[in-house]
Structure formats: structure tokens, C-alpha cells
Design a protein around this ligand. Structure first.
Ligand SMILES: C[S@@+](CC[C@H](N)C(=O)[O-])C[C@H]1O[C@@H](n2cnc3c(N)ncnc32)[C@H](O)[C@@H]1O
Length: 280
């Protein structure tokens, strides 16, 4: 197989791919946001060829089918990063774990993506600026739920990822290049492997895979978005700055042991307690 962008429906196309083939995947599916959210800061998300307004039960069932198909095509010991968010519709909260827990995947970590800004500001709830990234793991066998440790240069990054949303790409909801770079590089490290994004949109995951010199498959239902993706893959030099900025964060400045010796955590706790006192 060669790297490619596939125009088509995610579930239909995933079913054509071989078992146990991919090493790692990253995606952000449509969120079923009902297409009615008008933000003060950004436009509402409406896709070119896909409907993002479904009955919630049907939406969750489709996501379970997609996640199970992804489980089939990822290698044992492989990982998939699923970006989603906590939604609140007409007073009911939908948490992605509601449907992730019904799939075959072993959930390894819930990462918080702090976007620092988001579209909707209404006083029903605190201003939600976070999304989530679920690190899903396919066990090597029925006894392995742990797998390999991350290399320290990746593991020293925390479980809160702070990236501002991407604004330069002509797609309604691209994620920043740093996000798939972090996922793929942390899992593959210096090794090479196949990467999949089943809702690839403007091709951010595919670009990350290409820059890290890995083969990839991207699927999307919109020809227009795949053209943007193709264009980004060809003009990759324009995004090298963001790529190298992310790579530069994967390094060990101080080991856990050194931080402990220097009392860095103690000082941090002291500063926090001083700040808290100001508010008491
Ligand atoms: C949140 S966006 C992904 C954006 C992508 N991460 C990027 O950086 O550009 C979701 C994508 O899913 C695509 N999509 C929605 N339903 C689909 C389906 N049934 N099959 C294939 N693609 C679909 C949309 O066209 C949209 O590009």
C-alpha cells in the first residue's frame, strides 16, 4: 500500500482496509453539534458534505462502529488518539466516555486539550475552553493491558496540552499541527509506522505523518477538504515552523529525580498556596 487520501464515507472505507495494519491513528470526528451553535468569536461549524445534526443515539452508535473498525485495523500494541469534547445539549451532558466504554478499546488516558478560547460564551455554564483527547490502546494479547512505556522525552509532557486552535486553514474545524505531531511522535518515537486518520479533513494528521516520515491513509467525504489536504502535503515547507516548535518540546530538561532533588515541586506548591491565601 502507498500513502493516500481517500474520498468516501469513513465506515465504508475503513471496512476495505486490512486487519492489524496501522501502528497509530489520530482523528477528530464530527461532534454532532447540531449545526446551530453561533459563537461570538468564531463561525458555527458546518461541513461541506457531511451532516453534523443527528439523533444522539444514532450518532453514538455510528461512532462505536467506527471505533471498533479502527480497533480491527490497528496492530496489537498500537494506539489511537480520539479527539472529542464534552457537549451539553438542552440541559443534558454527553461525555465521550459514554460511547468509548462500549467499544473494544482499552482506554489509557484522557488528555485535556486547553484551547484557551472557544466559540460560545453564555452563562449557563463556565466558559468551556477544553476539548479531550482519548488515548486508546489495543492490547497485544488477552493478558497485556499495559504495553510499552513512553520514552521520557514524551512522558515528561503533561496530560494537559495547551494549543490554540488553528486559524489559517480553510476548513471549519482543523486541529493544530502540533496535536497529531505530538501523538504520532510520542508513540512511534524514532521508529516508522503506518498512520491513519478516518476523518482527515484538511489533512493535518497526514501532514504530521509525512513530516515525521511515516506513510499514512486519510479519509474524508469532502473533495474540497481533500484538495486542501493535498495542497498542504505539497507545500509542507510553509508549516515547518509549527512542526519544529512541537518537536522542540520533546526533550528532557530535567529528569524527575533532578526535579525532586531541587525541590521544584515543593516550591510550586508553596507559590500556589501563597496565591490561594490572597483569595481567602
Ligand atoms: C472535525 S473535522 C476533522 C478536521 C481535521 N482534523 C483537520 O485537521 O482538518 C471532521 C471531518 O469529518 C468529515 N466527515 C464527516 N462525516 C464523514 C463521513 N461520514 N465520512 C467521511 N468523512 C466525514 C468532515 O468532512 C470533516 O472534514
Amino acid at each position: 500500500m502507498e500513502s493516500k487520501l481517500i474520498l468516501g464515507d469513513t465506515l465504508t472505507e475503513l471496512k476495505k482496509l486490512p486487519d492489524n495494519f496501522f501502528d497509530v491513528g489520530v482523528t477528530s470526528p464530527p461532534y454532532n453539534k447540531q449545526e446551530n451553535k453561533k459563537g461570538w468569536l468564531v463561525k458555527n461549524v458546518k461541513y461541506d458534505k457531511a451532516c453534523d445534526k443527528k439523533e444522539e443515539k444514532q450518532y453514538q452508535e455510528e461512532q462505536i462502529d467506527v471505533l471498533n473498525e479502527l480497533f480491527r485495523i490497528i496492530k496489537p500494541g498500537g494506539s489511537f488518539f480520539y479527539n472529542h469534547k464534552i457537549r451539553w445539549e438542552k440541559g443534558i451532558l454527553f461525555h465521550p466516555i459514554q460511547w468509548i466504554s462500549k467499544t473494544y478499546w482499552n482506554l489509557r488516558q484522557e488528555i485535556i486539550w486547553d484551547r484557551m478560547i472557544a466559540a460560545n460564551i453564555r452563562g449557563w455554564r463556565f466558559w468551556q475552553v477544553d476539548e479531550r483527547i482519548y488515548w486508546l490502546y489495543k492490547p497485544k494479547n488477552s493478558k497485556d493491558f499495559i504495553g510499552e512505556e513512553l520514552d521520557s522525552k514524551h512522558a515528561l509532557l503533561t496530560s494537559i496540552w495547551r494549543f490554540s486552535p488553528e486559524q489559517k486553514i480553510e476548513h471549519p474545524a482543523p486541529f493544530p499541527l502540533a496535536l497529531p505531531v505530538r501523538c504520532i511522535f510520542s508513540i512511534l518515537n524514532e521508529n516508522k509506522g503506518w498512520v491513519i486518520d478516518p476523518y482527515c479533513g484538511s489533512g493535518t494528521t497526514c501532514l504530521a505523518a509525512q513530516l515525521l516520515e511515516n506513510p499514512f491513509i486519510g479519509i474524508d467525504i469532502s473533495e474540497e477538504y481533500l484538495k486542501i489536504a493535498q495542497n498542504r502535503l505539497q507545500n509542507y515547507e510553509q508549516e515547518l515552523d509549527s512542526f519544529y516548535t512541537e518537536l522542540s518540546k520533546h526533550k528532557v530538561n530535567k529528569t524527575f529525580e533532578e526535579r525532586k532533588k531541587e525541590g521544584l515541586w515543593k516550591n510550586q506548591a508553596k507559590t500556589e498556596s501563597k496565591i490561594n491565601n490572597l483569595f481567602e
